[in-house]
Design a protein around this ligand. Sequence first.
Ligand SMILES: O=C(O)[C@H](O)[C@H](O)COP(=O)(O)O
Ligand SMILES: [Mg+2]
Length: 308
Amino acid sequence: MTTDGPIKIESKGVAQEFLDSFDTFLFDCDGVLWLGTHLLPSIRETLELLNKLGKQLVFVTNNSTKSRASYCKKFASFGISVTEDQIFTSGYASAVYARDFLKLEPGRDKVWVFGESGISEELGLMGYECLGGTDPRLDEPFDHKSSPFLVDGLDPAVRCVVAGLDTKINYHRLAVSLQYLQQGEKVHFVGTNVDSTFPQKGFIFPGAGSCIASLACSSGRTPTYCGKPNMNMLNTIVSAKKLDRSRCCMVGDRLNTDIRFGVEGKLGGTLLVLTGIETEERALEVTQEHPRPRFYAEKLGDVYELTR
Ligand SMILES: O=C(O)[C@H](O)[C@H](O)COP(=O)(O)O
Ligand SMILES: [Mg+2]
């Protein structure tokens, strides 16, 4: 290939060359495989083709709302068979960070969760007691005199706030989370991922980054983000799956997370698809703000449709 700019996968030859260049594909999920409950065109067929060709498939999502076990069920609901060890989420990456970097001790240290069950479930599997999260008492209107999370004082065992996408975000959740963050260094501040927006079928909604930004603003603190493009997440995947980076391709729909993850992680290649967040114009843009992908395509399913 002669050009240095992104190569569009729009012919059989390029699609074939793309397939031949890699042994492992790391797939982003939202905006690449699906939009919410809507599976994108020819995804099942593309994954089947890759499996048939003996490629290794790994799924790397910044969506922290579900655990890896729940993702297996979501794949199964689309008729796609995936095992838990093929899935890495930003919720799981945050739990790994709490355990391996912050060295929180299960049974002693607790975590306050601002987010959905995908975070608490992953932390729970590592033995951490989680507070907050999907506790229905947080759905009640906030009153500092009666909030069950404040009336008896804060739990002194909480050593970390993990914040992610919360589609039930409300003042009660924000207010209690802030109380823990105001405790300063004693309580670490972890963010699952930076994504400002979240693609759904026909809509772009606020993403985890926008939820976490509210806590960062009120507390004046900057979280450590654990999802893509954090290299700790990639290193965890590379060592768990014993990957040869040069034969890996990161496939994503967002430049500042997925494509940056692949480029900074020195993977063999990257593919940007246009079914989620980015446009063709952005894919081709030369800017310091984000790296450019090696390949781009209107949709992931084109790889299957062009080569069959
Ligand atoms: O806001 C979020 O958390 C993200 O937009 C979203 O869920 C990212 O998921 P991914 O595209 O990495 O699968
Ligand atoms: Mg995505």
